[in-house]
Design a protein around this ligand. Structure first.
Ligand SMILES: C[S@@+](CC[C@H](N)C(=O)[O-])C[C@H]1O[C@@H](n2cnc3c(N)ncnc32)[C@H](O)[C@@H]1O
Length: 384
């Protein structure tokens, strides 16, 4: 068994993203095939405990303490640093050690492992708060919500489990803008910057340099519509040679732009994508993880405003997953359900994208897939 494990670890070390994910998926299928129903139910019924214990760890910041400590720490030492009862800490760390979130090195003694190090990073900590505080109440509200609607499609952003869970009539992005939700919105925005960390990006697959070189000297190069805190624009600026000086512009709502860090050569601007786009004739209009936030009618409106700003040589890039017709990956299907219960929105197949872009007078010219599990794609569109 040990030899087998070493062999698989060596294979994974040498593998690229696609091959490594294939190994993980194969091992997961293997696990399912040898678990008894009792094993599986023990695992499934307690899933919520993971996030509960991790959130407590983030509140107390003990993942960072384990990372920063040069030697393993006893539960008693961690309890003292955190100001908690020793027995409480001992039970929490014992659980987290038993499920592999931290590493147990001896009796009641722990150190950081790879997962613990991730949980000490700002973006992933924000992910924990986003899923625990904003999303999980929506999951809990969904069964009763669907029962109350007679199991209709969820495609109205103001009538979703989110509205029930957060006792609001507002669509999620409008709810985020209220002062009392600013804590939730900050964590959402931080999480957006890391959610694809370590995975290939659109820049790995799309011939962006060739396209950038074809831009006219005064032509804005890149308009990052709903670009969040501008992380994709910064990545593009870093990837371009210094002699390409065309404008790179991030557009988002005021509170998000207020959170963004200035970066040389990237303009941070306030723009509401329900209104006509003030930047006309750019080379690339880019929407990443925007279209999947909205049902078809609304998504088409966003694209139509972009289309109306385009000149014949402009390109609109939709950077999003394309759900395959068959055998979609679990990492993709879970995001699709998240979009449903929080936003009344969805992930789309290629056929759905073709219909949607046509409704905005755009035509898909080419699709460049660039990740294996999510099938993230650069969907390159031109005006009809
Ligand atoms: C899922 S995030 C994607 C952010 C970024 N494009 C990325 O890929 O990380 C959706 C973004 O849409 C922005 N957004 C929502 N409503 C908007 C509006 N009416 N106008 C402009 N941006 C909006 C949000 O503030 C958020 O930054």
């Amino acid at each position: 068994m040990d030899a087998l494990v070493s062999q698989v670890q060596a294979m994974a070390r040498d593998a690229d993203e696609g091959a490594r994910k294939k190994i993980v998926d194969t091992l997961f299928s293997l696990q399912l095939s040898i678990e008894s129903p009792q094993d599986s139910m023990q695992r499934l019924l307690y899933l919520n405990i993971y996030l509960m214990a991790i959130r407590i760890g983030c509140d107390l910041d003990f993942f960072r303490m384990l990372v920063d400590s040069p030697t393993p720490l006893t539960a008693e030492q961690v309890a003292e640093k955190c100001g908690t009862a020793p027995m409480l800490m001992s039970r929490l760390l014992r659980y987290l050690g038993s499920v592999g979130i931290i590493k147990e090195t001896g009796a009641d003694t722990y150190t950081a492992n790879q997962l613990c190090r991730a949980l000490a990073e700002r973006g992933w900590i924000s992910g924990v708060y986003h899923y625990f505080d904003t999303c999980s109440p929506c999951f809990a509200a969904t069964p009763e919500f669907l029962k109350s609607t007679g199991y209709k499609d969820v495609d109205d952003p103001t009538n979703t489990p989110f509205n029930v869970a957060h006792k609001s009539n507002l669509a999620a992005f409008d709810w985020f803008l209220q002062p009392e939700s600013s804590w939730n919105f900050t964590h959402f925005n931080n999480f957006m910057t890391v959610q694809h960390q370590g995975m290939p990006t659109w820049l790995d697959k799309y011939p962006f340099l060739q396209v950038a070189k074809s831009a006219m000297p005064e032509q804005p190069l890149f308009v990052d519509v709903g670009g969040g805190v501008g992380h994709q624009s910064v990545a593009l600026r870093k990837a371009l040679p210094a002699d390409i000086k065309n404008r790179i512009i991030v557009q988002d709502l005021a509170p998000v732009i207020g959170q963004a860090q200035p970066f040389d050569g990237v303009e941070l601007t306030i723009h509401n994508f329900w209104e006509s786009n003030p930047v006309k004739g750019a080379k690339i209009y880019y929407v990443r993880n925007i279209i999947h936030d909205w049902p078809d009618g609304k998504a088409a409106q966003i694209l139509k405003h972009i289309k109306d700003a385009m000149t014949p040589d402009s390109i609109c890039i939709i950077d999003e997953m394309v759900i395959p017709e068959q055998c979609a990956h679990w990492q993709a299907t879970q995001i699709d359900l998240l979009m449903m219960v929080t936003l009344g929105a969805r992930e789309r197949t290629q056929k759905s994208f073709e219909k949607l872009t046509a409704a905005a007078d755009l035509r898909i010219r080419k699709i460049y897939p660039y990740t294996v599990s999510l099938n993230d794609c650069v969907i390159e569109c031109v005006a009809e």
